[in-house]
Design a protein around this ligand. Structure first.
Ligand code: HEC
Ligand code: HEC
Length: 327
């Protein structure tokens, strides 16, 4: 009797393809193709191209050395793989650099969410004294003009439009193109590929023990802010001063997580398996076995998508003389 039922259900599933769908825990799914685009910053091909130049533009920094790409290197999955990034005069900041890949999908930017949008975020690093250290917005605008950006801005934003705000808008438009589709997990969901048995066990495990209550949906984050009682960083409390925000950070996405070590807001954890173990202990009070950890890591490995193919842009420069880099 048992044998018969097993046979019947197996054949039913494999004929209809339900077998695959039924294996995938509820909520998980394919990476969306595009993030929401704000009404006041529509995407155009010219704006994206300008944003790409500005993303690679070291002239935004005081020394003429640091670009967004210095710390969010698009050749290494939008990160620098440092514990803390190196900025102006070899200074290091106090937080690990998260990836810019898929950042258009996050509810708010930075580990503590202190920037409401990519546009707002992009205005931070140029003036941050340990990052790009420009003296003022005006300093950046003058640099961009001296480098030869006026016609490029005017094409996109209209006459006399070189401004700090428009720089941020163009960069944000470019960032919204940095999506990583076709991860093995996505192809599996679409019925176009398979993932290993270990990865399937890991997929079920993260759902069964509750990781996906926070790392939820196709982005593997519910985009919310929760307490993570680990390390010295006070998270959102350092912005609001409120006790209820102590150690509160955005739930990080698992997309491309295998490529963005080291882990956590303080970059203190070198391996993904260690990060998984710590998460289970702190967030779920669960001690995972070594085989559970390796299954979960096998699953997380299937979330690495296709990195965006970015053709290195040529930046405007004055002919025959250098720009005024400063100490
Ligand atoms: C010197 C290194 C450095 C430079 C240069 C830099 N960043 Fe960052 N970036 C960081 C660090 C560190 C953080 C995290 C800071 C925090 O959360 O407090 C960050 C956070 C971000 C985030 C938020 C991602 C998330 O998951 O919340 C985005 C987006 C971003 N940077 C884009 C940019 C852009 C655009 C530029 C250029 C205008 C830039 N960065 C320049 C180091 C850098
Ligand atoms: C209560 C919500 C919650 C639960 C449950 C949870 N996480 Fe997290 N996770 C977070 C938050 C918040 C962060 C950001 C931590 C930080 O600021 O360093 C994070 C970060 C991570 C990171 C590191 C991301 C990075 O870019 O450095 C990994 C890996 C991770 N979680 C895996 C898991 C796994 C595996 C489970 C289940 C065993 C799990 N998480 C359960 C909230 C949660």
């Amino acid at each position: 009797m048992k044998k018969y039922m097993l046979f019947a259900s197996l054949s039913l599933f494999s004929f209809s393809g339900v077998l695959i769908a039924s294996e995938i825990p509820e909520g998980m799914g394919v990476l969306p193709t595009q993030p929401a685009i704000p009404a006041d910053n529509p995407m155009t091909a010219q704006k994206i191209e300008l944003g790409k130049k500005l993303y690679f533009e070291p002239a935004i920094s005081k020394s003429g050395h640091f670009s967004c790409n210095s710390c969010h290197n698009l050749a290494t999955w939008g990160v620098d793989n440092q514990v803390f990034s190196i900025g102006h005069k070899w200074q290091r900041g106090g937080r690990n650099a998260p990836t810019v890949l898929n950042s258009g999908f996050w509810s708010k930017q930075f580990w503590d969410g202190r920037a409401a949008s990519l546009e707002e975020q992009a205005k931070g690093p140029p003036l941050n004294p340990v990052e790009m250290a420009a003296d003022s917005e005006g300093f950046v605008v003058t640099r961009l003009k001296n480098a030869g950006y006026e016609p490029l801005f005017n094409n996109v934003f209209g006459k006399n439009s070189v401004s700090f705000d428009n720089m941020a808008k163009a960069i944000a438009a470019f960032e919204r193109t940095l999506i990583t589709p076709n991860a093995p997990f996505d192809l599996f969901v679409e019925g176009k590929g398979d993932i290993s048995k270990a990865a399937k066990r890991g997929m079920k495990k993260v759902s069964d023990i509750g990781c996906t209550s926070c790392h939820a949906g196709p982005l593997f984050t519910n985009n919310e802010f929760v307490a993570f009682q680990y390390g010295q960083d006070l998270g959102l409390k350092s912005v609001t001063g409120k006790d209820e925000d102590d150690h509160v950070f955005r739930v990080q996405s698992w997309r491309n997580i295998a490529m963005t070590a080291p882990y956590f807001n303080d970059g203190s954890v070198k391996t993904l398996s260690e990060a998984v173990k710590i998460m289970a202990k702190i967030q779920l009070d669960t001690d995972l076995s070594a085989s559970d950890v390796s299954d979960i890591v096998a699953f997380l490995d299937t979330l690495t998508g296709d990195a965006p193919k970015v053709v290195l842009p040529l930046l405007p420069r004055p002919t025959g003389h250098a720009l005024d880099w400063q100490e």
